[in-house]
Each structure stands twice: as structure tokens, then as C-alpha cells.
Design a protein around this ligand. Structure first.
Ligand code: GLY
Length: 254
């Protein structure tokens, strides 16, 4: 069985942190509707959704992915690179401790879950503006005894590694090569985003189901041309907060 931890969109999402995007008004009701559709899609894909209550004073808290790395036997609570996001982790840890042995990234390390791309037993970790080398080294030491390797990946021009590259099949990556070097992921198959859709590399793979944002039709067509059956959902209101599909859940098997 799969669990998906999510969190209701904060009423203060309009004050979210922005790094590469300009601020636009965010319609909280619309963002909540889109988020509810997203959760419904996760349920359709066999997940049990555990939705955390809204956090009125934590604008980015819908993006639960950044708060933890959940692996087979353990969970690592992160220390988000954005100071204003650090209070998001505790409520997620409370749920995760029901399922996993818990570890934590500590000062001076910083790590955002959006920078961690798992492919089998390898964790590719973006050395981004949010995740620093001390944080990545701590992760390496925590996961090594459990049989996971960590590879550091340079990421530039976007917020997180998973803004630039995500897994769409067992060994196939959807990638924006202007933000990450494909050579970092040796011997894997790549599908390039359409250059007119730079934010299109974030897809969410749930088992065999591939969830994809509705507003990148050209890249979506590329996936379909390669034989992928894509479930499309609208998340454009959440994207205004510099979040993406993977950011809105922590999915793991029990
Ligand atoms: N707004 C998402 C983030 O900056 O983490």
C-alpha cells in the first residue's frame, strides 16, 4: 500500500518564497481546488492520502516534499535551505515516525527534498541554492548503512534538482538540459522538454502512473509520442508559488 502525505494550501500562500519567478496574485480557492484534484489523482493511483491541516503562518507549507526524504526503512527530516520554511518539518516528522526510523539533517547542513532524485538505490542530490554540501554529506552518512549511495549534482538556473529532471519510467528521465548536465545521470535514457516550456521537467511517477501538469502540452506530446500514458492535472495556481507536482506530496510504500 502507498501513503501520500499532503498538506492543505496555506491561506498565506500569496506570501510564498520566490527565487526565479516574479510574484503574481494567487487565488487561494483555485489553488485549493487544484490541490484537491491532485489528491484525487493520487487516490485513483492507489494512494491513501494523509492530508495535514493547513498552516496559516507557513506560506510554502503545501510543498511537503521539501521536508523529508522517505526511503525503504528510514526517513530523513530535512533542514530546509529557506529559513522561513524550517518550521514546516515537525508536523511531517510526527506522521512519518509512525512508519519509519527517523533521522535529521542538522546545522550547518541544509537540504530540501526537492533536490533529491531517487533512482533505485542511488540518491542524486542537487547542490542548489537550498541544499549545501554539509547537508548532502550528512545525508550520505545517514543512508550509507542502509545501502543507498549519494551522487552530488550541480543544478543552476532553477530552484531544485527536480525542477530540472524527474523520473518518468524505470530508467528514463525527463530533463531540461539548460539547468542540469545529463552526464550526471550516466547510461540513462532521456526525454528532453520542449525548449518553449522550461518548467516542464517535473513529472510525478506513482507506481506505473505518470501525472503531468496540464500547461506544458508540447512536452506532454513528447511523452505520449514515446508511449507514455499521461494523467494530466491543472496545477498552474500552485506553480505561481514556484512549486511543482512532486513538491505537493511525500509518497512511500508501507
Ligand atoms: N516557493 C517554494 C520555495 O521557495 O521553496
Amino acid at each position: 500500500m502507498r501513503i501520500a502525505i499532503t498538506r492543505e494550501v496555506s491561506p498565506s500562500i500569496g506570501q510564498c518564497k520566490l527565487t526565479h519567478l516574479s510574484r503574481q496574485d494567487i487565488d487561494v480557492d483555485l489553488a485549493r481546488d487544484q490541490h484537491a484534484q491532485y489528491e484525487k489523482m493520487l487516490i485513483d493511483l492507489g494512494c491513501k492520502v494523509r492530508r495535514l491541516p493547513e498552516e496559516p503562518n507557513l506560506p510554502d507549507s503545501v510543498f511537503v516534499e521539501d521536508t523529508a526524504i522517505v526511503l525503504d526503512n528510514l526517513a530523513v527530516i530535512t533542514r530546509p535551505g529557506a529559513i522561513l520554511r524550517r518550521n514546516e518539518t515537525q508536523s511531517v516528522a510526527e506522521v512519518l515516525k509512525e512508519y519509519r526510523t527517523m533521522f535529521q539533517i542538522i546545522d550547518p547542513g541544509t537540504l530540501d527534498g526537492g533536490d533529491v532524485l531517487q533512482i533505485g538505490r542511488t540518491l542524486f542530490v542537487g547542490n542548489s541554492i537550498r541544499s549545501n554540501i554539509p547537508g548532502i554529506k550528512q545525508l550520505m552518512e545517514i543512508v550509507a548503512p542502509y545501502g543507498y549511495e549519494v551522487e552530488v549534482v550541480k543544478v543552476e538556473g532553477c530552484l531544485h534538482l527536480k525542477s530540472a529532471v524527474t523520473l518518468v519510467g524505470e530508467e528514463t528521465l525527463l530533463i531540461n538540459r539548460s539547468w542540469v548536465d545529463a552526464n550526471s545521470f550516466e547510461a540513462r535514457e532521456f526525454i528532453d522538454i520542449d525548449p518553449s516550456e522550461p518548467y516542464a521537467a517535473n513529472a510525478l511517477l506513482v507506481g506505473d502512473g505518470l501525472v503531468y501538469p496540464a500547461n506544458f502540452p508540447k512536452t506532454c506530446q513528447r511523452l505520449e509520442d514515446k508511449g507514455y500514458s499521461v494523467r494530466v492535472t491543472d496545477v498552474d495556481e500552485l506553480q505561481k508559488a514556484e512549486g511543482a507536482l512532486t513538491c505537493c506530496s511525500l509518497i512511500f510504500s508501507i
